[in-house]
Design a protein around this ligand. Structure first.
Ligand code: PRX
Length: 670
């Protein structure tokens, strides 16, 4: 699977010693106390049953966990519930209908606040709309929307009628939409004409049109939310305006309860091969853990807190910590459509001040961007409402952690660095605010109820102070229930490495410090993490070689001060393509620069703009072992400007000199 050893991932041994104990004041009012860990460990399934009781069930389960068909888990066996009822209706029934569920902040400055009672009506109408369009339980609905109330409503409406949503991030290309629509065999697509980003309208519907024109699909209808006001093409037999369909529907909907293991959503994520994996989540266990962790990691006080997760709904963070966790908990939250620098670099802090945000959840790459912009910008705003600051998506470096704590948190807010994955569905490793002593760069330990460990190559637990591979040693309620229609890949990817022990292999390197706290050190496979987004090297390589000028490509994730990792590609052009007259491996000749620009766009067309390589090197050779395997480790050395490591297994060791020379003369692309 990989040639990157954990030792390499761990080469940067940690020496961080700072720690921050919770204040007595925070601890006194905290939702959790130190005894939570022992109580959960003493009766793990009893603990999860208590968490499940946060939800409203129509039928109680007969068994908490059935692991007899491992690695296919069944949680809360025989229990029935409706996820949308749990996220919306029950808060209204409990007399909290007038509480704001979502404050929507549009990028151009428009805003709209929706109460739980209003949300209930919208979800009811959307549920009727889905049914009227022929969507039945188990059908797949693709959602390709900007950050909006409608995105939340669409997801909840699917859940309400038992349909499976597959949300596709708005930055993905027509090809990526097509692949996902075909793989899941979706019958409906919900999109918008466009959305706002960096002061402009970006079109969404035309990209869906292009995707659906590629070949026949089973998509019967495209439901279009009006947002951008941009011109779009229209197919009368297929396309419908969201508002036209919604307006005809009753505002009350009788929801049906579904079995706890009813599929809730598919979310595609990158693996080590070119084909994205359709991660499958089900209802009862997922919602239980999303709600529990949102409450625990943020110390949520639903009556007074205002929560804001800056992720996009297209990623798992948006699913679990914008839609399902916060709404199941009856929280009031902010969602924001646009970018942090539109129309100015203080936009995030303006939003915190405007809504008195108390719980903030964002990504290290965003924090590093704010650091670059300077601390005088947040200093202009009143951030005194903030209480807990969360981080997710990639390892947070101690410098960014300290900046977040000091500049944004005024040295009073606990930082919760939360480790989890699309596959885990919800947070797994995180401090508990008010309980844990936090350390800059450490996610500390598994949350109560969760069992994680760091093991060596043989699956043996490593002692404190040592590093290895992160594993999850016991099943957890929000765990993926498989990959959509690909059982073999599910077993192979996560369960084969430590099959003997029955551990889930996360694909991350980690270290235990002397206290036994965990430090996540990044992926140990060929998955890159760019601004917290997972992109596989193979996926980008496949995109590059699909261009007629490219004979071969190798892609690596190189360290980047802002985005964590950045994509660097090494490309051999086909015979007859004159990419650079200099022939020294650089892309500085005119034709070389033009080809590099074209290839970057080609990757954006194939996958999406997030996968555009930062740098593309046109080379004449790639470093290969005698058996023909590309040695990405050496390319990473070059891309990160390090002395090239051991080249003895290379078929031709002069190749690296050639490549290194070329890189030194090539200019990074913007
Ligand atoms: O490498 C880990 C990194 O992100 C991967 C999961 O990516 P994805 O499925 O896209 O989900 C991201 C949001 C949950 C992990 O395998 N990762 C996530 N959170 C952290 C992290 N690495 C270090 N520290 C974290 N807090």
């Amino acid at each position: 699977m990989t040639e990157r050893t954990p030792a390499e991932g761990l080469s940067n041994l940690l020496t961080e010693q700072r720690r921050f104990a919770p204040s007595a004041e925070f601890a006194a009012a905290a939702n959790y106390h130190a005894d939570a860990y022992a109580a959960a460990a003493a009766d793990r399934l009893g603990f999860w049953a208590r968490q499940a009781r946060r939800l409203d069930w129509e039928t109680e389960w007969s068994e908490v966990l059935d692991w007899s068909q491992a690695p296919f888990a069944k949680w809360f066996v025989g229990g029935t519930l409706n996820a949308a009822v749990n996220c919306v209706d029950r808060h209204v029934l409990a007399g909290r209908g007038e509480k704001v569920a979502i404050h929507f902040e549009g990028e151009p400055g428009d805003s709209r606040s929706v109460t739980y009672a209003e949300l209930a009506q919208l979800v009811a109408q959307a549920a009727h709309a889905l049914t009227s369009l022929g969507v039945a339980p188990g059908d797949r609905v693709a959602i390709y929307l900007p950050m909006s109330i409608e995105a939340v409503v669409s997801m909840l409406a699917c859940a309400r009628v038992g349909a499976i949503h597959s949300v596709i991030f708005g930055g993905f290309s027509a090809q990526a939409i097509y692949d996902r629509v075909i793989d899941a065999d979706a019958s409906l697509v919900i999109t918008a004409d466009g959305g706002y980003r960096r002061g402009k309208v970006f079109a969404l519907k035309p990209i869906v049109d292009e995707a659906l024109a590629k070949s026949a699909t089973n998509v019967a209808h495209v439901l279009v939310v009006k947002r951008g006001g941009n011109e779009i093409a229209w197919q009368d037999s297929r396309d419908l305006w969201w508002s036209d369909v919604m307006d005809q529907q009753p505002t009350v909907h009788q929801a049906q309860a579904f079995d706890a293991e009813t599929p809730l959503f598919i979310l595609y994520t990158s693996g080590t091969t070119g084909k994205p994996k359709g991660i499958l989540h089900t209802t009862g266990g997922y919602l239980t853990q999303a709600a529990y962790t949102h409450n625990a990691a943020f110390d949520l006080k639903p009556e007074t807190d205002v929560y804001w997760c800056t992720a996009d709904i297209g990623w798992v963070t948006g699913h679990s910590y914008i839609v399902y966790g916060p709404l199941a908990n009856g929280a009031t939250q902010v969602i924001y459509e646009g970018t942090p620098d539109t129309p100015h670099q203080g936009r995030f802090w303006e939003i915190v001040e405007k809504y008195r945000v108390s719980l903030l959840y964002t990504a290290p790459t965003t924090i590093r961007t704010f650091m670059k912009w300077g601390e005088d910008i947040p200093a202009r705003y009143d951030l005194s409402s903030l209480r807990v600051l969360g981080s997710v998506g990639e390892p947070i470096n101690p410098e960014a952690w300290m900046w977040y704590r000091r500049v944004i948190g005024g040295e009073r807010c606990p930082i919760v660095d939360t480790w989890w994955q699309t596959e885990t569905g919800a947070m797994m490793i995180s401090p508990l605010p008010g309980v844990s002593a936090t350390k800059p760069g450490s996610a500390t330990r598994a949350l109560p109820g969760v069992s994680a460990d760091v093991v060596d190559e043989n699956g043996q637990s490593v002692p404190n102070g040592a590093g290895g591979l992160l594993v999850l040693t016991e099943p957890w309620p929000a765990m993926l229930r498989g990959l959509w229609r690909d059982e073999e890949r599910f077993r192979e990817t996560y369960w084969s490495r430590f099959a003997q022990q029955g551990f889930y292999f996360a694909g991350d390197g980690a270290k235990k410090d002397d206290d036994g706290d965990l430090w996540l050190l990044g992926r140990v496979d060929d998955v890159m993490n760019v601004s917290g987004h997972r992109i596989s090297t193979t996926e980008v390589e496949s995109a590059l070689v699909s261009h007629p000028s490219v004979a071969e490509a190798a892609v690596v994730g190189a360290n980047d001060p802002t985005t964590g990792q950045a994509i660097v590609a090494f490309v051999i052009v086909r015979g007859g393509v004159h990419a650079n007259s200099a022939g020294d491996g650089s892309a500085d000749s005119e034709s070389g620069a033009a080809l590099v620009a074209e290839l970057r766009n080609h990757v954006a067309i194939q996958i999406g703009a997030i996968a555009k390589p930062r740098q593309i090197m046109i080379v004449t050779e790639l470093p290969k072992t005698r058996s023909g395997k590309i040695m990405r480790r050496l390319l990473r050395d070059v891309a990160e400007d390090r002395a090239v490591g051991d080249v003895t297994t290379l078929a031709d060791s002069s190749v690296m000199d050639l490549i290194a020379q070329g890189l030194a003369t090539a200019k990074p692309e913007d």
